[in-house]
Design a protein around this ligand. Structure first.
Ligand SMILES: [Zn+2]
Length: 210
């Protein structure tokens, strides 16, 4: 990470991502994802607790209701900034998440809503995650879906190595994929096949087939 300091918004964004993908988040997860030493994460998380935004049980962190209310606009700003980065700055799909980590702080509040208007009110970020951030999502992860043909809905956990892996075989939101489960989980897309590990199968969600 090139920046010297991390905004606490980054913590909340990462927590949201873990919560949505795995239903839980620990200080270790945050530490790994943000590449910050555990004691620093611990200190930050306690600050967030003092602010009433999170609660901590053993090492697991979760949002309070006011924490959720506070974080939803941050997630929204992130997703709008990603659309901007992809459409206007022409940042490649797998890099937009990383690219906007600084920008999005500029885009919260009214400026972000102006940008949203100029972008033509997109409904999702480039990874398929809704700009109108909802707490619950009914889409099914690859993990819980049986073998079959699906369309990709969203990559909830915007992990650079996963995004790169998917982009290499042209698997993006709306792409049709075949899922094979034979001990391992295989995703066949327009540009070839990849295997997902267990945690990655929770990060990729599929559209409901009707
Ligand atoms: Zn995204």
């Amino acid at each position: 990470m090139s920046r010297m300091t991390l905004n606490f918004e980054d913590y909340l964004l990462v927590m949201w991502e873990y919560q949505e993908s795995f239903g839980k988040v620990s200080e270790t997860d945050i530490s790994k994802r943000l590449k910050i030493r555990p004691p620093t994460v611990n200190e930050y998380v306690h600050k967030l607790q003092q602010m009433g935004l999170v609660q901590i049980k053993t090492r697991e962190v979760s949002f309070t209701n006011s924490g959720k209310r506070f974080t939803i606009p941050i997630v929204r700003a992130h997703r709008i900034a990603e659309v901007f980065a992809q459409k206007v700055l022409e940042v490649p799909w797998e890099e937009v998440h990383k690219a906007v980590m600084d920008l999005e702080h500029l885009f919260s509040g009214n400026y972000g809503e102006n940008l949203y208007k100029h972008l033509g009110y997109p409904s999702t970020c480039p990874h398929g995650n809704p700009i109108s951030v909802a707490e619950k999502d009914s889409s099914a992860s690859v993990m819980i879906s049986p073998e079959g043909t699906y369309k990709i809905k969203r990559i909830i956990f915007e992990d650079y190595s996963l995004l790169t892996k998917l982009a290499n075989v042209s698997i993006l939101p709306d792409t049709t994929v075949k899922i094979y489960k034979d001990g391992r989980t295989e995703l066949e897309g327009p540009g070839g096949s990849i295997y997902l590990d267990d945690s990655e199968t929770q990060m990729v969600h599929l559209k409901k087939t009707s």
